[in-house]
Design a protein around this ligand. Sequence first.
Ligand SMILES: Cc1cc2nc3c(=O)[nH]c(=O)nc-3n(C[C@H](O)[C@H](O)[C@H](O)COP(=O)(O)OP(=O)(O)OC[C@H]3O[C@@H](n4cnc5c(N)ncnc54)[C@H](O)[C@@H]3O)c2cc1C
Length: 395
Amino acid sequence: MERIVVVGAALAGTRAVQSLHAEGFTGEVVVVGAEDHLPYDRPPLSKKLLTGDLAPEAIALRHELDDTTTWLLGRRAVGLDPVARRLRLADGESLAYDGLVVATGSAARRLPTVPHVPGTFLLRTLDDALALRSELVPGARVAVVGTGFIGTEIASTCRDLGLEVTLLGALPVLHRPMGPLSPAAAERARAYGVQVVEGVTVAGLDVDGCVTGVRLDDGTTVPADVVVVAVGAAPVTDWLAGSGAVLEDGVVCDETLAVLGVDDVVAAGDVARWPHPALGGDLLRVEHWTNAAEQGAAAARRLLHGPGVAAFGPVPSFWTDQFATRIQGVGFPTLGPDVTVVDGDPAGRRFVAEYRRAGRLVGAVVAGSPRALLPYRAELQHLAQAPLLPTAGAA
Ligand SMILES: Cc1cc2nc3c(=O)[nH]c(=O)nc-3n(C[C@H](O)[C@H](O)[C@H](O)COP(=O)(O)OP(=O)(O)OC[C@H]3O[C@@H](n4cnc5c(N)ncnc54)[C@H](O)[C@@H]3O)c2cc1C
């Protein structure tokens, strides 16, 4: 291969570039990124960058600035012709490639009941975070719609800034990642001073030039000067429509991250959906930092070395910082309905919880206790050798 094009200049794309160089690739690497910024880290956007404790320069990802890597920033890919091996950009230019890495991540979902009026925000990019930060001023009343990781982190950050904040959503707080421990997550948020309203959806906004409140389907209204919609993200695959790449809640890959339906194209990060060895062939898509980093590197190796590389199957892991607590998880807690708290208090700053399915350990979640995670990570490595039964909805 003489030229490899990486689409998406963020974590997975950056790790792919680093891996190409580390594996000895001496051809040309071109990275196409829709944002104007060089690659940066997203986790601080809802945490220390939002409080102002970190400046934008402090969250830059290490990237290769060398003669063989070209960074095309502020440029969006809009189409792929896998027969001619060309990538089409929004400005009409097209780039030839011998191999291509899909690393376009995911984009924040909108809510049809929350129109884009002054005072409403999404949080996915650095520009989103800087815009939101400028509105988190003393006295601002904030409503966060969405009770997942990002919603809870934003609520926590607002409390750190001394703001009044309501966290609301259809699902209980951290319902998907924590399962039966969700009530403890809500308790932790309330203890930090957050108003928590679960089991509601947004019917509409009150607007008087800018937003003044969030109307809920139960007939109540939450007064708010700032509304942040944090209801999850969707994989960015529109630019691959019609290319032949298999698209189904992400870009579908084989077990080595080669994209199905097109040659010499691999995918990594939030956008990639692949059969994880631990799931007996079921497809998985993961929206966590560690997966994007590891998968970017692995996808680049697959592109260079071909189908003989090992299946991609590390044990997934995540962390979240909220309400002065670091919560970390490993494995597939969402697949384990049977939860045992073996240490601490799940509403407190320190606990260890095991998630089991039919008696088998499938995941663990810990808080304030990073070392406690290590034995679980080691034990869960064996899942790839003896997969869980095929299951639905593991991501
Ligand atoms: C606010 C926030 C906080 C988070 N906190 C945590 C955390 O605490 N722990 C954790 O494990 N994970 C966290 N995550 C998730 C983690 O950041 C993501 O899993 C990771 O960023 C995924 O990286 P990626 O490179 O796959 O995709 P992305 O980071 O989504 O990057 C994709 C890039 O591709 C670009 N792109 C999209 N379409 C095109 C196109 N057509 N042409 C060119 N470029 C394009 C986008 O502009 C973007 O820059 C957080 C995410 C967010 C948003």
